[in-house]
Design a protein. Structure first.
Length: 68
């Protein structure tokens, strides 16, 4: 995954930052890419950020499993 700082834009079309995506994952207890798309609309316009969004989700799920 490209290393994003929390305020870096991940989805350029919707101006979503890494922090926006992480917040949705944590607050809504999301666990699939489709749930992240439904909640944030990330990767629904052109899809170029899909891999980054998936990587952020995987990182958050790993943290959740490890109790971080």
């Amino acid at each position: 995954m490209t290393d994003f700082d929390k305020n870096d834009i991940v989805c350029r079309h919707l101006q979503l930052t890494k922090e926006n995506i992480i917040k949705a994952i944590r607050e809504k207890n999301l666990s699939t890419f489709e749930e992240v798309q439904d909640e944030t609309d990330a990767a629904t316009v052109c899809g170029s950020c899909a891999a980054d969004v998936e990587a952020i989700l995987e990182e958050e799920l790993r943290k959740r499993e490890n109790g971080e």
